[in-house]
Design a protein around this ligand. Sequence first.
Ligand code: SF4
Length: 714
Amino acid sequence: MPATVKTLCPYCGVGCGLELVQQKVRGDRQHPSSQGMICVKGGTIMESVTRDRLLYPMMRDSLEGEFQRVSWDQALDRIVERIQVVRSHHGADGICVYGSGQFQTEDYYVAQKLLKGCLGTNNFDANSRLCMSSAVSGYIASFGSDGPPCCYDDLEATNLAVIVGSNTAECHPIIFNRLRKHHKSRDDVRLIVIDPRYTPTAEAADLHLAIAPGSDIALFHGIAHLLHQWQALDHAFIAQHTQGWADLLTILQAYPPPHVANLCQISTDDLHTAARWWQESDRVLSLWSMGINQSVQGTAKVQSLINLHLMTGQIGKDGAGPFSLTGQPNAMGGREAGGLAHLLPGYRLVSNSEHRAEVEQFWGLPPGAISSQPGHAIWDMIRALEQDQVGLFWIAATNPAVSLPDLDRVNRALRRSPLTVYQEAYHPTETTAFAHILLPATQWSEKTGVMTNSERVVTLCPAFQPPLGEARDDWQIFAEVGKRLGYADFFPFQNSSDVYAEFARLTHGRPCDQSGISHHALTDRPIQWPCPAGTAPRSHGLRLYRDHQFPTPDRRARFGLAHHHGLHEPPNSEYPLIATTGRLYGHWHTMTRTGRIAKIQKMHPEPLLEIHPRAAAARQINDGDRVEIRSRRGKIILPAKVTKAISPQVVFVPMHWGALWADNAAANALTDPAACPISKQPELKACAVQVTNISLIPARCSGEVVASHADSQE
Ligand code: SF4
């Protein structure tokens, strides 16, 4: 290992720069996004990289059998043979690949070329579908293209930050640190937090709007209604740069303050304050994440928030704009590389014939080789498994047996798969139980590739230690399968630098233009896109739409025109509470890494249910009691944490604990797979539940932590 290595934290979409000196991790002060700051996850990353790793390919004939070690040739031959059978008997759409925002961009790109190019199926989706696909579809619907228009420098340039559906302080802590410093240091900077929970983020706010779950659109329309009433609009911007204002105005008439206050369960005073502050601020920055995206109205929520920026001209200038925060480290790179079932590389769409033709030509494919039909999003894949339409299910770098909604149903569907390949760095995970073939993948520190963070900054993550066992890079595995299927000419890459160079050329002229970026250029410093070939690379401070020209046919942005519909599962007498899910500060997703780190396990030793004292008293629940949480789909058992940090109608369950880490504690046993019809992102943030105190019932304790890997290895 070199004495000093500069790389990127592989956990979340903040994308903090790390510096490893003699195996010790610290923040990279030169990284433009994080400026030397890191959180506990980044600081402990090295503890996770060698524990419980999958070292060799393994296979078994049935899910009941034992895995046997096999060679790479045996495993790859089995996969290739299966692909050929599925293609000839069922067609290529019988093949489904489910990837991950943990991929580097090169992994994503090669997988797209294999699936969408060579095999002719768009059935590649990624776990980013659960995380930010509503942001993608909202941006596309409003602006004509994906792409967060803001950058982190806006955190220090705004005078009103509106955080919606995001516990930024815990889930994107370094972004929050930057914003909080600015907020604290200036009297003229305000912070509004919109969240049903009183989180550490809300604690820092000048105004906390604890709106009823699912009422975001009503709130945004209510603020818009008042801004219109007060004539606080940018009429020139609306006239010159937007479409749909008259239709939106008709919709806004239905959202007078008393009605909105009632729908959102907030006071009209607070609604007026939020609208007044928006009116008074000349630089308004909104930041959002899962609380908006994970909803049956995810796209409409994103667009309704963007409406506020468009009607007041709060976009394309310093300190202003709608800014989605990505969850995963390279969800952004996945979007750029076309890593969802409806996308193609370079922010192109499967449904757009010009986009398909451009990619076909670039890849040397005949016209029509890329299917015009969007592939299966992950929940379509689950349905296809239920209907025995999947001949090969290939999962990589993700843990759907914990992270998908309605887990009982998911697990039943996964059991129907005739052949499941699981390409993963760790072993076991909860998904291992559903696999027939295990392929060991290298991970961060062992492979070289790039990742893009929420502010469009691309950072090179170099390999600085050898792969463990026989692990291979994800892109190499996809390319090798392609070669064995007879597509060697499509995968001439000697290394990941070659892969990135090809991908970057394909982005030329697109909104996410990276044709001026290369691995070599990134060895000096991270680079923010757009960075067309021939332009001087910049590492921060770039904003989109400064000229107010949007990538739509008439260069105008579109107002979103949706009404508030509320929750898919409103509470009723049988299920009177709303369960919301989310992350805790220290843990990452399904704990595949952080569950193996003792310091983080000590920080968050067990799962819990947050419940308001009034809701707890009505059920005779005391702090620490074991409670059963039951939805229409399943039940879990957790210790109760009685707290005023949550509304009386809402309970909170962290999403992290799967069967490997605690019995009967998986939040997604409860959650609802109903999804936004446009983004196909499920409503993971809200489902109707009942909570019952069962602490007096003697039973094998559930919600009880299973002997942890972190402990067992100390
Ligand atoms: S904020 Fe995110 S990217 Fe930064 S150190 Fe923490 S987990 Fe890593």
